[in-house]
Design a binder for this molecule. Sequence first.
Ligand code: ZN
Ligand code: ZN
Length: 624
Amino acid sequence: MLYLMCTHPPNTSFNSWPNSPSNPSPPIKDLRYAYQIHTQLIKRRMAQHNPSITQILTHCIELDPHGSMHYAQLLFNQMLNPDLLIFNLMIRGYSKSSIPQRSLELFLQMLNHGLMPNNYTYPFLFKASTASSAQQEGQAIHAHMLKVGLSDDAFVKSNLINMYCSFGLVEKASQIFDKMTERSDIVVWTSMVSGYAKCGQIERARRVFDEMPQRDVVAWSAMVTGYVQGGHFMEGLELFASMQVTKFRPNEALLASVLTACSHLGALKQGEWIHSHIWKSNLGLNPIVGTALVDMYAKCGKIEKAVEVFEEISEKTLVSWTVMIKGLAMHGLAKECLSLLSRMEKEGIEPDGITFVGVLCACGHGGLIVEGRDCFRKMTQVHHITPGLDHFACMVDLLGRAGLFEEAEELIEGMPMAPDSAIWGALLNACRIHRNVELGERVGRELMKLGTQDGGHFVLLSNMYASFNRWADVSRVRKSMVIDGVQRAPGCSYIEVHGVLHEFVAGDRVHKDIEKINATLENVFREIGFLGYALDTREVLLGVDEEEKRKSLRQHSEKLALAFGLIRTNPKEPIYIVKTLRVCHDCHNFMMLVSLAYERTIVMRDRNRFHHFREGLCSCKGYW
Ligand code: ZN
Ligand code: ZN
């Protein structure tokens, strides 16, 4: 949500309101006023008076463009000789409407009228080409502009750079930027920063940002958002921290980006700081920032606080409701999810497909079979939402976990599209839980056929064979992993202590306190050993010998983070950990026993959901 507009478009206001000397510039707050003025113009036979029409058009465009372009077009159609200004207004209006391609049609119409475009025409043509993904047209218009000889305006250039980057032609954008002799305008630099970031060239984006002769809040926002959207959350937070020493105050778009980074990393303290900043600056909870806050609290483990903020948002959007539902689902609060869905329906907010992914996922985590089936039915029959792969995956997971294999298979067979690896993965997981090796093998073959690259699926399959002592099959699966080059994405864990975020990878050697951490970890293993803990090596992958397996398992990133938490937090204080992958059985068991031995609440988020470990138990009841 980046605001990349720059210098203002031409001043199009006229003071020639017909017959209104007592009120030289009457405000037009909605279309009704435009209608009144237009009626007056017709009565006075001034419907062809270009300056007056221009003023009405300007207001139509500045109102919600989705609602008013229709009226603007009606006015335009009645004009005998629309001038350049009027064409420019129409092109600009359509460029931000839901039918941006109309701008390009108007451009041709304009040329047919014998009018030559100027510096206020091209930027909106490039905007329209970007919005309608019209690459050929966009490039043709660029060529036209060069022919006309208009090319040195920063506003034009920044839109041109945005356009080429949106087409993925980053080198073309880069050439335009490099060739510019006059680069004092922040806007052009900012376009280049976001352009590189959008095309995944984050380091180049940062170089441009660092070279900027001066920066404004939009530039800072572009760089931070670039980091966050590219998944470089730590870097995003670090840059935001360095912005704090400048004179710039963050705008709402930037705050929402930073909150997204906090959500991913579980950086609760920093998220809370932003919340208090919003509160202190009287920014109010607009739906975007409010929803980002709800997401942050939910993903940082503070679900009650998320609910509190959700209730404070006065204008809840569909996204706000959906984020809240997904948050509740992550925390395994299935009943709460269902009641929020019915509240939403009562308040007349139409849920969409994403909302139902949240609800179905909650039913799966909560083992609510009947309710899950009902929701799936309601989604298609009442809300007329066509189920997608995500919905089918949730349902297969729900049915499979309950051991309803026939129903799950029927559902898969009846799917209008081919099942993907997430669906087969869900079924395979169910086969593992219920030790259904026959179906498991079949599902395994389907997964192999799809050429899945998800190491997790191979682990499931090989574990299933292992549990039946079918070692030849275990080794076959593992060999095929090596041949296919399947790897488990390197996971990491985050823990925030006194507002500082610490990152751990498995077998970490870089953290400055690693020796202390390892010593503490040894004590922890001894303590929980008294409670019956034994390493569970089933999920360790690939041809390492037993001793190596044990060693690597003891060094999983979440275990290191936990030990660090024990060192650096007060006794009895809850420990919050974020793990980027699904937590393994051994770490899950480890956390349960630590919560008992050390009388600590441990809140851990893994890729799928939250685990609240208390007194030796986990809130997920073994479903994850
Ligand atoms: Zn683990
Ligand atoms: Zn759990």
